[in-house]
Design a protein around this ligand. Structure first.
Ligand code: SAH
Length: 365
């Protein structure tokens, strides 16, 4: 007998047939009563997963300086909107604000918005950010950010957006869906109907893949990028996304669940584990360019942070507190070494056409 979110999804399947992976993800994460994000803060060493802002203050500080730099390149618009998508505990925004205060006029011009779906995390963000003494507002959706020049930030935001999955079968793409096991004690993947027109969402590089290939579709990314394209055509701006995923579209199932820092079965006990999927940066860039945006990156997180002065910032912090040398050196490695977060995590900026190229993107990306 399944109860809570599992029970509700099971009921939906009994009534209407299998549900998409995207529908399952949305219920599991944002069910207002039992959803994974709805009721608690999962981010931190003692919780379910850890993210770069929790590894080190240097991460948010370098992003704050990056914001100051591109704001100056935009001609120092005042006021402008500084918005973070999915701010988690609020740690990154607090580091951005502290570093941003070093850029004359920047924080005075910033109207800060947090775009957050989880009521529990909104409270955590309030507690983290109140001591910063900056005025901050919350919005539910990216579309709610008022008109005007803007900088948008999203760390590990896109990986939370619901993905759909499709499998090629006899030359046709079919949606991979979630149904009930025979005894109705749990969930299992089943093959659903042909994708039809939605086959356009299959990344171009993968369209001719052989039978049996599994691909992921990202209607959520497309929706966000479509909105940015419209917004940035009317008002200048940059959106900076940092997330884990490949630089080129790859086939395969990356839908995963993390509970207490361990991978678990994503179909088991929905609402009790973080469900994410890798971000496809090639597809993200494709959506953005089709909408007329300029794209910088993807750059590997390690290279990007190093180009922005990670080592210099670390040396300054060690200068202030020599006893923290080992700890800070470990944080630098965690953020930038290829076998840690340095390579799998990528950074990409989507920008109003013909603004100066933002800093940190040294390669030809
Ligand atoms: N950026 C933070 C948190 C990452 S976890 C960090 O790096 O630590 C993902 C965050 O995105 C959470 O705050 C989650 O509640 C939020 N989120 C996920 N999907 C969302 C959506 N559709 N709308 C608004 N917030 C969302």
């Amino acid at each position: 007998m399944m109860d809570g979110i599992a029970g509700r999804i099971a009921e939906q399947i009994r009534n209407g047939g299998p549900v998409s992976v995207a529908a399952f993800m949305t219920e599991a994460m944002f069910d207002p009563y039992n959803g994974f994000y709805a009721t608690k803060n999962p981010i931190g060493a003692g919780e379910d997963f850890i993210t770069a802002p929790a590894v080190s203050q240097m991460f948010g500080e370098l992003i704050g300086l990056w914001c100051g730099h591109v704001w100056m390149d935009m001609g120092q618009p005042a006021p402008f909107h500084l918005a973070e998508l999915g701010p988690g505990t609020g740690q990154m925004m607090s580091d951005v604000i502290r570093a941003g205060r070093a850029v004359p006029g920047f924080m005075e011009a910033a109207q800060i918005h947090l775009i957050e779906a989880s009521p529990a995390l909104k409270m955590v963000q309030g507690r983290t950010l109140t001591p910063m003494g900056a005025e901050i507002g919350w919005l539910n959706r990216i579309e709610d950010i008022p008109p005007g020049p803007a900088l948008l930030l999203g760390n590990e935001f896109l990986d939370c957006l619901p993905v759909r999955q499709a499998v090629k079968h006899k030359g046709q793409w079919h949606e991979r869906m979630i149904g009930l096991t025979g005894a109705e004690e749990g969930f299992r993947f089943v093959m659903g109907p042909q994708l039809g027109a939605d086959a356009d969402l299959v990344p171009e590089r993968l369209r001719d893949a052989p039978d049996g290939t599994l691909v992921e579709l990202r209607p959520g990314d497309q929706q966000i990028v479509d909105h940015l394209a419209q917004r940035f055509a009317e008002h200048p701006g940059h959106a900076l996304f940092i997330d884990y995923g490949p630089a080129q579209s790859e086939a395969g199932d990356t839908f995963q669940a993390i509970r207490q820092h361990r991978k678990t079965d994503p179909l088991e006990a929905p609402g009790t584990a973080d469900l994410t999927a890798r971000v496809d940066f090639e597809q993200l860039a494709h959506f953005a360019r089709s909408g007329g945006l300029d794209v910088a990156g993807p750059a590997a997180q390690g290279q990007w942070l190093t180009a922005l002065g990670l080592e210099v910032r670390a040396a300054a912090l060690i200068g202030q507190a020599p006893e923290l040398k080992t700890k800070i050196a470990r944080q630098v490695m965690r953020l930038s070494e290829p076998d840690q977060m340095g390579e799998l995590f990528k950074v990409m900026a989507l920008s109003t056409h013909s603004l100066p190229k933002p800093p940190g993107f040294t390669g030809d990306g």
